[in-house]
Design a protein around this ligand. Structure first.
Ligand SMILES: CC(=O)N[C@H]1[C@@H](OP(=O)(O)OP(=O)(O)OC[C@H]2O[C@@H](n3ccc(=O)[nH]c3=O)[C@H](O)[C@@H]2O)O[C@H](CO)[C@@H](O)[C@@H]1O[C@H](C)C(=O)N[C@@H](C)C(=O)N[C@H](CCC(=O)O)C(=O)O
Ligand SMILES: Nc1ncnc2c1ncn2[C@@H]1O[C@H](COP(=O)(O)OP(=O)(O)OP(=O)(O)O)[C@@H](O)[C@H]1O
Ligand SMILES: N[C@H](CCC[C@H](N)C(=O)O)C(=O)O
Ligand SMILES: [Mg+2]
Length: 488
């Protein structure tokens, strides 16, 4: 592609030199990965400033630089107001607007994004469509699986892989859209057809100034849905039971479809039964209803199913297909995942890492646990410190024994993270075992017939990040080893 063509993606920019007759072989945001003919985009990051690497990019063969200020290089510099957002537009144009070539469903909210995305993927697969998925655990295109670094990756990764999805004739793609991504413009230029909201509760107050700022970031997905009078119809799927519903409803010019259990929503779950084996409910829509029997556990799982059903229903998928998908879905890795190793007590590995998700999961366990509940829980380092005492309070409220331990301490001292948790609860209402393996072992060692052990926070993760090192760690493996030792 010619640079003069690529630049058509931007309306407002200045150049330091003529950009005529320059060929572009690709876009790159990391100077270390620049190849001959690439346009290097300088991003001022959280760790370093990409502008400092412009010279290195030039030496590696970049033909032009996109930056927020003039730079001492001999190749043309294209000066923009915001290079992160310019990158999204350029990438979208370079890869030929890939998200206009298939249905794109975005899922945002504090909890339930991954689960809802997998449910949506499963429904469209059941409907014989070719699907794509991007989220916390992985990216999938058809049956191929790929690693991802972020829940919502940067715009270069996104647009490149959306182009791959378009090439592989994907009909429907679903992606998790994090508040970080919305705030940083990673999804600018993505043409969402359906935007789904799960819920909002406290998290990420390290990144967002306060809850209002967090809500504002989430609402960008709905305002980004476009102008209802210009393009094809797009839909906002909103949880009407969530207190932030009205604010989000007002942030979109598109048609809104609501779901909920308590309110008079468009899509609801009636005759709801939640047991230790799963959930049964009547999925009710404006044009019919169908009974669903799912192995997913907890009222919160019904919300995820309603969100997924709403996105599918509005896209024209039949209720029979939705039911079939829900009834065949085994659940998502590390989300309320039972560990069954022949023991006579329950062991559940779950990804609850916010006060609200921990409360939802513990309420669910409490509603069917016949004996004691043990909770092993920690909080991530270099992340929202304000949620630590709240998570501790929730654990202590529901557990017969709460064991505070390490999650991913990252660059923080594990003991000081645990001290932040302890600040929220009374002394003597919990025990501390800093080593996560030992903590899991201790909980399982004490469990008797019909007790339940919840291991919260790391779910599908197969690593533990401690002081710059990423070490292998899998709650499920450790739980199985501990059960084996218990059974002997
Ligand atoms: C805070 C944050 O969002 N950081 C993201 C950001 O990294 P950063 O700002 O530290 O980047 P940086 O290292 O300062 O580099 C700045 C620029 O200089 C460039 N560079 C750097 C070094 C060099 O030698 N040459 C060079 O060109 C880099 O390529 C980059 O373009 O840009 C990276 C590339 O896109 C992201 O991977 C990274 O996410 C990190 C890993 C992260 O942990 N992010 C979390 C907070 C996050 O985004 N989480 C959300 C939500 C999770 C959820 O709730 O589900 C998510 O979507 O994942
Ligand atoms: N609808 C829900 N409401 C409240 N809690 C939920 C809901 N769905 C799932 N959870 C809880 O949140 C945890 C994480 O679920 P999931 O991975 O689906 O959410 P997520 O929004 O993708 O999280 P992340 O922000 O880490 O990507 C689950 O393990 C469960 O404990
Ligand atoms: N996507 C979440 C993951 C948290 C997982 C938890 N294990 C932790 O490390 O805090 C976040 O970045 O906040
Ligand atoms: Mg997720």
């Amino acid at each position: 592609m010619k640079l003069t063509n690529l630049i058509k993606a931007l309306r407002v920019y200045r150049t330091t030199k003529s950009i005529e007759h320059i060929d572009v072989t690709g876009l790159e945001m990391d100077s270390r990965a620049v190849q001959r003919g690439n346009v290097f985009i300088c991003i001022n990051g959280y760790t370093v400033d990409g502008h400092d690497f412009a010279k290195q990019a030039e030496e590696k063969g970049a033909t032009a630089i996109v930056a927020e200020r003039p730079l001492p290089v001999s190749i043309p510099v294209i000066i923009v107001n915001d290079s992160q957002r310019a990158m999204s537009k350029l990438a979208n144009h370079y890869f030929n607007n890939p998200t206009q070539q298939f249905r794109l469903i975005g899922v945002t909210g504090t909890n339930g994004k991954t689960t809802t995305s997998y449910l949506i993927d499963s429904i469209f697969q059941t409907s014989q469509q070719q699907t794509g998925l991007i989220g916390t655990i992985q990216m999938k295109i058809g049956n191929e699986e790929y690693e991802v670094k972020n829940t919502t990756p940067d715009s270069l990764f996104l647009q490149k892989n959306f182009a791959k999805m378009a090439e592989q004739k994907v009909d429907t793609a679903v992606m998790e859209v994090s508040s970080h991504a919305l705030d940083l413009g990673r999804v600018h230029g993505c043409d969402f057809d359906v935007a789904v909201f799960t819920n909002l509760s406290q998290d990420h107050l390290d990144f967002h100034k306060d809850m209002d700022d967090y809500l504002r970031a989430k609402s960008l997905l709905f305002s980004q849905l476009g102008n209802a009078y210009k393009s094809n119809v797009k839909y906002a799927v909103l949880n009407q039971d969530d207190p932030h519903y009205t604010s989000l409803m007002k942030s979109t010019a598109q048609e809104v479809i609501t779901y909920g259990i308590d309110s008079h929503a468009d899509i609801t779950a009636q005759q709801l039964y939640v047991t230790a084996q799963g959930t049964t409910f009547m999925l009710t829509t404006p044009d019919g209803e169908i009974e669903v029997k799912s192995s997913l556990i907890g009222r919160f799982s019904v919300y995820n199913m309603l969100a997924a059903a709403s996105a599918a229903w509005i896209s024209g998928i039949s209720l029979e297909t939705i039911k079939q998908a829900f009834e065949n879905t085994p659940g998502v890795s590390g989300r309320f995942e039972p560990i069954l190793s022949g023991q006579d007590f329950g062991v559940i590995v779950d990804y609850a890492h916010t006060p609200d998700s921990l409360e939802n999961v513990l309420q669910t366990i409490k509603s069917f646990a016949t004996k004691r509940i043990f909770v092993v829980v920690g909080c991530g380092g270099d992340r929202d410190k304000k949620k630590r005492p709240l998570m501790a309070q929730v654990a202590v409220k529901y557990a017969d024994q709460a064991i505070f331990t390490s999650d991913n301490p990252r660059s923080e001292d594990p003991a000081s993270i645990i001290a932040d948790m302890e600040a929220g609860v009374e002394e003597g209402s919990y025990i501390v075992i800093q080593d996560r393996k030992e903590a899991i072992h201790k909980a399982i060692e004490q469990a008797d017939s019909s007790d339940v052990v919840l291991i919260a926070g790391k779910g599908h993760e197969t690593y533990q990040e401690i002081n710059g090192q990423t070490l292998h760690f899998d709650d499920r493996e450790v739980a199985r080893e501990s059960i084996l030792a218990h059974n002997q």
